[in-house]
Design a protein around this ligand. Sequence first.
Ligand SMILES: Cc1ncc(COP(=O)(O)O)c(C=O)c1O
Length: 391
Amino acid sequence: MSMALSVRAREVAPFLAMEVMERGMAMAREGSPVIQLGVGEPDFDAPPEAIAAATQSLACGETHYTDSRGLRELREAIAADCLRRRGVRVDPDQVLVTNGTSPAILLTLSVLVNPGDEVIMATPHYPCYPNMVAVCGGRSVLVPTRPEDGFLLDVDRVRAAITKRTKAILVASPANPTGTVQPREVVEALAALGVPLLSDEIYDGLVFEGSEVTSPLGMLDDCFVLDGFSKRYAMTGFRLGYVIAPKSAMRALQSLQQNLFISVAHFVQRAGVAALEHGQPHVDHMREVYDQRRRRLVEGVRALGFGVPRAPTGAFYVLADARHLGAGRRPDPSTDSASLSLAFDLLDRAHVALGPGRDFGEAAEGFLRFSYATSLDAIDEALGRLERALA
Ligand SMILES: Cc1ncc(COP(=O)(O)O)c(C=O)c1O
């Protein structure tokens, strides 16, 4: 008898941008260099102070478990950073340190969602959100957003999506894959809907053209901020994040953390303290460089005929309309998604790896996500290759 995998395991869809990236890596190993514009991996190093702090911590023998909620020093530094960035005072006891923002999202959904409950979110959306909701037995209710509106959330549509089973609204601003920053009035209106709000602020700090991130923290009692060091500090591999939660949810979050993850590595937490203390100039520098790349990429992608009605003002992605290209000249028979076919086709012909829109929900089918977390030279080279391939 063959082993049957759980329904839950079968429900979780693969991350298609990773599939394109992995095929691109295989091509590179065979001698055809591929430019990777498909994934959200900063090409910057982590702040040197963070690396030094982690190294020193290991050398000092900090190689054991810590308090499951995280080092007091780190939680205090996160609370101080919260006051600085959001203007909101939180108690360090409202902070739970996690192995990246992903576990912060999963733990938060786990303490809120019962089987059959609903979580409302915008679409196009970060691919993992509905998968995490599904792992908790919940159902994602997707509220469409449109490129013509810069993918801004329509609060009336969110309100109309609320039912008795709604447990939370999950918002990311700036968002992946759209780069959209939700304006203050949208965040305030969402906070007033009477539903717990989960605010993924992992791209806060990476904003352009004067746009500002508004956090709902402090606007409503039932607010959970999901955040981490991966993007702002280019520390993806450290696996460090946190949730700032209402006090009433902290005990449940802590119990889950103890059972599922125990604690975050001590030396990684030391790196987090150093990043918060010394990393701001590094963040400012990265932001400036990202902005140059963003402008070049938006201009170049538009010149190639892709639709970008409104330039994104946050994160490091451009979600471009490629529907005029269909599934590409050589549709990949192994996929039933036009955007995945197109991404494979462009990978074959231009040696450029892009994120297929299908990853981000049906609303993004026919779109491609370009990441500018890579050098200007690579962006220029990729645009040239795409131009030749599309000619
Ligand atoms: C919107 C969003 N949230 C969360 C994450 C997960 O980040 P982490 O590396 O901190 O787990 C990502 C990663 O791409 C993201 O884009």
